[in-house]
Design a protein around this ligand. Structure first.
Ligand SMILES: [Zn+2]
Ligand SMILES: [Zn+2]
Length: 362
């Protein structure tokens, strides 16, 4: 079968025509026919050979970790899934270290050894192919109402994992959930999906991003009842003026400079959530004394988060279903480019639009 592959040895990208069709191995396994796979900056970095590890015995890695699929076959011991069901496969698989408390609790998203495997990233083929098999417990069921946009579940899990933790952290405030104010920095898919999740959770939301206020991203923010402020011509301080105490900032730009700059506008008892992976861009100056003083005097928290557990996947599926009911047009307009498997290099080489996806089958 065909697969969108990166060949790190020869530093090239191409469609592999002879990817072995995966076999059902255990009685709990299911076989999936891939429907849609999202493309994101992680795929672009793998395609630029920054990271990405082929599975053992292969000189290539099939790309794709934002999957959406239909079950076509189930093993004899699978109870909760049947052929025709829609699922999103989770991305990360536990490490083998008996001492890794996170993986032994089925939370490889918190793995402490770093020896986990990830579909389409580390030591496992990804989802930009025709069929995938795996244990049914890694396949999260998706209702048919979200079939058109099921590919958005995985990028939404980043926000869901962050907000599940944020709500637990903020139980430190004894007065419970007040009308909280949030700022989302960055209006890419992770930012806009995060903004939708915060709206559903009852937050007053401001989206702050570099695009002008006439951009489609600003229209999407306004359509979900959020405010949009362009970073062109507005400093973080100007953006924050008039919002009141900012309780939560969800940083989804991948810019280290902007992320720490947002600390200047974070309110008392506030939480700054980091989701970007900017990599090393050389030293930048930061007045750490002022920063730590302000964070301490304002009881602030810094939370960085990666990957997601089953709880975040299931929450993402519930919330995406809610978004589709509340703002069907806004959710649909997040997907700006659709490509066939044969065309997979186009959205990898050109990051135009909001979310580009590969459609494997209709
Ligand atoms: Zn991604
Ligand atoms: Zn582990």
């Amino acid at each position: 079968m065909k697969g969108a592959a990166v060949f790190p040895g020869s530093r090239r990208l191409g469609l592999a025509g002879n990817v072995p069709e995966p076999q059902m191995e255990g009685p709990q396994d299911v076989k999936l026919r891939m429907l849609q796979v999202g493309v994101c900056a992680t795929d672009r970095e793998i395609a630029s050979f920054v990271f990405g590890t082929p599975p053992e015995g292969f000189d290539y890695l099939v790309l794709g970790h934002e999957g959406f699929a239909e079950v076509v076959e189930t093993g004899p011991e699978v109870r909760d899934l049947k052929p025709g069901d829609l699922v999103v496969p989770t991305v990360r698989r536990p490490c083998a270290d008996p001492a890794c408390v996170a993986c032994r609790h089925n939370r490889p998203d918190f793995c402490i050894t770093g020896l986990y495997r990830e579909h389409g990233i580390v030591s496992m083929h990804g989802f930009m192919t025709e069929f995938v098999t795996g244990d049914a417990r890694y396949m999260r069921p998706v209702p048919p109402e979200v079939r058109e946009v099921g590919v958005l579940v995985e990028p939404l899990t980043i926000a869901e994992k962050a907000f599940i933790q944020a709500e637990r952290i903020q139980t430190r405030l004894p007065w419970g959930k007040a009308a909280a104010r949030a700022v989302v920095a960055g209006a890419g898919p992770v930012g806009l999906l995060g903004a939708m999740s915060l709206r559903v959770r009852g937050y007053d939301v401001t989206v702050y991003s570099r695009e002008p206020e006439t951009d489609v991203r600003a229209d999407i923010a306004r359509a979900i009842g959020a405010r949009y402020v362009s970073a062109q011509g507005n400093t973080p301080e100007q953006m924050a003026a008039g919002i009141g105490n900012i309780d939560l900032i969800y940083e989804a730009t991948g810019s280290a400079h902007l992320a720490f700059g947002m600390l200047n506008v974070l309110g008392s008892n506030g939480l700054l959530i980091l989701t970007g992976v900017p990599g090393a861009h050389g030293p930048e100056s930061l007045d750490m004394g002022t920063l730590i003083t302000k964070m301490t005097l304002k009881n602030q928290c810094l939370l960085a988060t990666v990957n997601a557990g089953d709880d975040a996947f299931d929450q993402a599926i519930v919330h995406l279903t809610a978004f589709c009911k509340r703002w069907p047009d806004a959710v649909r307009s997040l997907i700006t480019g659709r490509f066939t498997l044969e065309q997979f290099e186009m959205p990898i080489r050109n990051a135009a639009g909001i979310k580009n996806i590969i459609e494997m089958a209709s």
